[in-house]
Design a protein around this ligand. Structure first.
Ligand SMILES: Nc1ncnc2c1ncn2[C@@H]1O[C@H](COP(=O)(O)OP(=O)(O)OP(=O)(O)O)[C@@H](O)[C@H]1O
Length: 226
């Protein structure tokens, strides 16, 4: 697993401190982040691939500082956005998944095989030639995850990847995450998704208020929002 380190990290948007002096070392396989709306979870997650840079402190991935090496780190970190429309760039489902592989310089048959396998894994085969922007919200969410995973990044960061999914597709994603070899960081309000994880971090007003195994951490979070 990689080592993702937050060293006294803060982030301010104008006058508002949304991440407030967070220090964490993340080495576990599957890490969940929970917290109330606006507690800073997405901002923290976005720092792992430099989509947001700290206004104080340092974020490193295996020693590489995001402030200086964002491009290098981004090759290793796949980011799944909450709003899939932010990451769907190609006309059809198949083309969108294939687009992620453009920089991998794979022989065309190998790339096509990888795309087909991912489409199949996420139940998207029948939608492969559909216009991606006309999928349902949940189908787009599956596509967004498939498009990141096809590149087999070392680390997958997913920001609320199941918000629009029905129970069957949420289970599909949970099962897929459970079988994923890569390091995984998931921001979610869907607490069951995180039950089998190795570590859960609870955020409140930009700070880490609990950081533990899923059961105690989720109990602490439920108590906090009760
Ligand atoms: N680009 C931005 N400009 C200004 N303020 C922002 C920006 N992005 C986020 N914020 C503010 O930062 C705070 C934390 O937002 P963030 O999205 O990190 O929270 P969150 O815990 O992921 O919330 P949610 O569960 O609602 O997605 C919020 O008050 C939000 O309004």
């Amino acid at each position: 697993m990689s080592q993702i380190a937050f060293d006294h990290v803060s982030h301010r948007f104008d006058a508002e401190t949304v991440v407030d002096d967070v220090s964490l070392v993340l080495r576990e396989h599957r890490i969940g982040i929970v917290g109330a709306n606006g507690s800073g979870k997405s901002t923290l997650a976005r720092m792992v691939n430099g989509l947001v840079l700290p206004t104080a402190g340092r974020v490193t991935v295996d020693g590489l500082d995001l402030a200086r090496h964002a491009r290098e780190v981004r090759r290793r970190v796949g980011f799944v956005f909450t709003n899939a429309d932010n990451q769907i760039v190609m006309p059809t489902v198949r083309e969108d998944v294939a687009f992620t592989l453009r920089r991998h310089k794979l022989p065309a048959t190998d790339a096509a095989a990888r795309v087909d396998a991912v489409l199949d894994r996420f139940g998207l085969t029948e939608l492969a030639d559909r216009p991606a922007h006309r999928l349902s919200g949940g189908q787009k969410q599956l596509l967004a995850i498939a498009s990141v995973l096809v590149a087999e990044p070392d680390i997958v960061v997913a920001d609320e990847p199941t918000t629009l999914l029905d129970a069957r597709n949420a289970r599909r994603i949970a099962e897929h995450f459970a079988s994923l070899e890569q390091q995984l960081i998931v921001v979610s309000h869907h607490l069951e998704l995180l039950e089998g994880f190795d570590r859960v971090i609870v955020m409140e007003a930009g700070r880490v208020v609990a950081d533990d195994a899923p059961r105690p951490a989720l109990d602490a979070y439920r108590a906090l929002i009760a």
